[in-house]
Design a protein around this ligand. Structure first.
Ligand code: PDD
Length: 289
């Protein structure tokens, strides 16, 4: 079942207009959330980010935060999913051709939930490969990467480049050549001093929810962290690299532009990955009645 506007409808009835400005102009926003044992991890943070994205594109979210949370739970319950990935999408809505948001009086609101299938376990054991691509991450003053928008061509173009070099994920730099983020993930690495480094938000990246949890996890593990401006050579010289997002959690990277970082997931990566899982468990315990 799909939650469309105000009700649950079967998948084949969940249809929207060709005049929807999400379709015509990529005008809209979204969130991806992960459900563990029927509990949505960091629901509050995701809904907050949804509202922040909406504000940044001048879109009025058609529901309250409370109603969105209820609707998400209703959707996963109707699909009887305990382990799932949920996507909330809000587009500008249907209206005649033209860019003016005022042409669309009513945003389109969709919640989809899909069964979560584990990533192949060898990805976590042996790590994946990434390549630093030519496509630069959107320039903030042109289209701020903090907006989780439906306008995903920047990421799609980077993904195409990654695929051309048979890489699992692309790493994009910002317009100044500083490491930014992946197409659907944030980037982390351990430097030669054992410090966990990640591009600063100011570089122009999405403020990943997982990224935030990882930085807290590192603090608990007493691993020093640095959010900063890094160059391509910094990951080439890293002792460990990993990427994160809501569904993959902590994914080790062992090959960057064909440079070997390791043969298996690094020690720090392993510890941080376990800490992440522990934090998920605590969250589930604290949020299930
Ligand atoms: N993507 N950077 C980008 C560009 C992303 O699209 C994502 C998430 C992240 C990680 O954010 P988080 O930790 O909040 O998932 C970073 C989601 C998973 C998606 O596109 O479906």
């Amino acid at each position: 079942m799909i939650y469309l506007n105000n009700k649950l409808v079967p998948k084949n009835k969940a249809l929207i207009s060709v005049f929807d400005h999400g379709f015509l102009y990529g005008d809209g926003i979204y969130e991806t959330l992960r459900v563990y044992k029927g509990i949505i991890f960091k629901l509050e943070e995701h809904v907050d980010r949804l509202f922040r994205s909406a504000e940044m594109i001048g879109l009025t979210v058609p529901k309250s935060s409370r109603d969105i949370k209820k609707a998400v739970y209703k959707t996963i319950a109707s699909n009887r999913q305990n382990e799932a990935v949920v996507r909330i999408t809000i587009s500008r809505g249907t209206g005649p051709l033209g860019l003016d948001p005022a042409l669309c009086p009513k945003p389109t609101f969709v919640i989809m939930s899909n069964q979560f299938y584990n990533y192949p376990s060898e990805y976590y054991a042996k790590g994946v490969n990434v390549s630093v691509v030519n496509t630069r991450r959107n320039y903030g003053p042109a289209l701020d990467p903090r907006i989780k928008s439906l306008n995903f061509l920047n990421n799609v173009l980077a993904k195409i480049e990654a695929k051309e070099s048979s890489s699992y994920e692309a790493v994009m730099m910002n317009y100044q050549g500083y490491l930014a983020e992946g197409t659907v993930s944030n980037l982390f690495f351990i430097n030669s001093k054992g410090v966990l480094c990640t591009p600063a938000l100011k570089v122009g990246i999405l403020d990943g929810i997982t990224r935030g949890v990882i930085l807290d996890a590192a603090e608990e593990l007493k691993i020093k962290t640095k959010e900063g401006y890094f160059r391509r050579k910094d990951i080439y010289n890293a002792t460990e690299v990993f990427i994160t997002n809501t569904s993959m959690e902590v994914m080790p990277v062992t090959l960057v532009d064909n440079i070997r970082i390791g043969r298996k997931a690094g020690t720090h990566t392993g510890l941080i990955g376990l800490k992440y899982k522990e934090k998920v468990l605590h969250y589930i315990e604290a949020n299930s009645q």
